[in-house]
Design a protein around this ligand. Structure first.
Ligand code: MCA
Ligand code: AMP
Length: 474
């Protein structure tokens, strides 16, 4: 799975601020942890944006034990669900990390940085075994655990390497969270599979990204919100723009990059952003080639090895490449997940004859480029690159004593892409917007909190009692 993990290899594998590990050191540090994991079924990793989190991930990957990465800001209900559903044998965390009660009940293996350890010598595990269980939101209900096999991770990273000329000479820069596909699989396993380096910024800032790209950094991975902020900062500061412009490749994904931000980055830095499109269940499906036409609003052709088709409302595939006929994207290939953990019903519903139904609506241009134009489900919100289900937030809001009725929508937002908006019919004591935001943040996650709250006397409903979300706009 990972190349270069050998004693004596002095190439820097991972760098977080002043802390770094070479490949040789990483092999030594992870060896004893991997040995301590042998025979386990599944392990949770407390996924703070730190070097130790990467050490934990590498140890589990080399030992062949599936990892459940945990958002360290996850609230009580979300955590309880993930822990109960994935049933990890133990949790890997920094020795001094204060874990919430939901995780503290599990046995704990501390992630130490002992560079005198013996590297792991086990065989490469079966490619069909799960490497990760990553939780992702649906329109309703709690998040589902996506079982990602080693085969999907390896083949997808190799396809990305092929289209971007990504090699061991690259130094990837990013500030993505380490509990989702983008930051974890593309952003950590990606560089380690190539034998290259990761420079993680801890938290995103344009200054930090520009500084690294002006130096050794060659590639930047980010969500559109980061590129939106980068565009404004590059326009304001030519030195910063020059730093970003020195990158070999700027890559955006997880949500649509608005054409205006794409053009602003180009005008300020001379660089055209490359877009790629993926999902937790499928990893990456499409990507603009490093040598290809980097046109705004397009996610490029399918990746090598990935089959992609568009289907009409009846599920019938069509061939039109007129840039106009809209269909739902279905994909097939070695990039696909194994299924949702404990949810055979949801797995079956997501697949049609071996094709994964993405729910994303797109058109295809004559040169094979895919352009995403929308999403089938209005109850899925993408905010800051995070996928968030409206139903999950509505349920959390309804648990607040001050809420009689609740509906949640996504509204366009220049910075976040979409912002979460709550429509509330208050009970006797009307809660403030901050109270409701804190309530959702503590039960679910801070990124799922409503950014705007509207108070209504009643929600608009049809004769069946179903909320008419289209009638809700502020
Ligand atoms: C705010 N905070 C709170 C509250 N309000 N905490 C508790 N209670 C509250 N009421 C905290 C937050 O936790 C955060 O802490 C800080 O205040 C700021 O929060 P927020 O405003 O939400 O952050 P932001 O600055 O707006 O974040 C923007 C961001 C972030 C950095 C772009 O959205 C982000 O990292 N997005 C990446 C999402 C991603 O990786 N998606 C990939 C999914 P603190 O400051 O400590 O953080 S994978 C995927 O989509 C597919 C596979 C794909 O194609 O990639
Ligand atoms: P997630 O479930 O968090 O993995 O999010 C996957 C979803 O993110 C996809 O189904 C798309 O709706 C969206 N997405 C990812 N990359 C892009 C992109 N480049 N352009 C538009 N939407 C994207």
């Amino acid at each position: 799975m990972l190349s270069g993990l050998t004693t004596g290899n002095d190439r820097v594998a991972l760098r977080f601020g002043a802390e770094s590990l070479t490949y040789g050191e990483l092999a030594s540090v992870t060896g004893p942890i991997a040995a301590g994991l042998a025979g386990r079924t599944r392990v949770a990793v407390w996924a703070t944006p730190t070097l130790r989190t990467c050490v934990a991930i590498v140890a589990a990957l080399t030992a062949g034990i599936p990892v459940v990465p945990i958002n360290p800001k996850a609230g009580s209900r979300e955590l309880a669900h993930i822990v109960a559903d994935s049933a990890p044998d133990l949790v890997l965390a920094e020795p001094d990390a204060a874990l919430p009660p939901e995780l503290d009940v599990l046995p704990r293996l501390p992630v130490e940085s002992d560079v005198s350890g013996t590297p792991w010598r086990g065989d490469e595990p079966d490619p069909e075994t799960p490497a990760f269980v990553i939780y992702t939101s649906g329109t309703t209900g709690p998040p589902k655990g996506v079982l990602l096999p080693r085969r999907a991770v390896a083949s997808n990273l190799d396809a990305l390497a092929e289209i971007w000329g990504w090699t061991g000479a690259d130094v990837l820069v990013h500030a993505l969270p380490l509990f989702h596909v983008h930051g974890l699989i593309l952003g950590v396993v990606g560089p380690l599979r190539r034998g290259g380096s990761l420079c993680h910024l801890g938290r995103f800032s344009s200054e930090a990204a520009a500084k690294e790209l002006a130096g050794e950094g060659t590639m930047l991975f980010g969500v559109p919100t980061m590129y939106h902020r980068l565009a404004a900062d590059c326009e304001a500061d030519p030195a910063l723009a020059a730093g970003v412009g020195a990158a070999r490749l700027l890559v955006s994904g997880s949500a649509a990059l608005p054409a205006t931000d794409h053009e602003r980055i180009t005008a300020a830095t001379g660089q055209r952003v490359v877009e790629r499109y993926g999902m937790t269940e499928t990893l990456m499906n499409c990507g603009v080639r490093a040598t290809g036409d980097r046109r705004p609003g397009a996610v490029g052709p399918p990746l090598p090895g990935v089959d992609l088709r568009l289907v009409d409302d009846d599920g019938v595939p069509f061939e039109a490449v007129d840039g106009e006929t809209v269909g739902e994207i279905e994909v097939r290939g070695p990039n696909l997940f194994l299924g949702y953990l404990n949810r055979p019903d949801a797995t079956e519903a997501a697949l049609r004859d071996g094709w994964f139904r993405t729910g994303d609506m797109a058109v295809r241009d004559a040169d094979g480029y895919v352009r995403i134009v929308g999403r089938r489900a209005t109850d899925l919100i993408k905010s800051g690159g995070y996928k968030i289900g409206a139903g999950e937030i509505e349920n959390a809001l309804l648990d607040h004593p001050g809420v009689a009725e609740a509906a949640v929508t996504g509204e366009p937002d220049d910075d976040l892409g979409e912002r979460i908006v709550a429509w509330i019919v208050p009970a006797e004591v009307k809660p403030t917007a901050d109270e409701l935001a804190d309530h959702v943040a503590s039960l679910l996650s801070p990124h799922k909190r409503p950014r705007v709250v509207h108070y209504l006397e009643a929600l608009p409903r049809n004769e069946m009692g179903k909320v008419l979300k289209r009638a809700l706009h502020g």
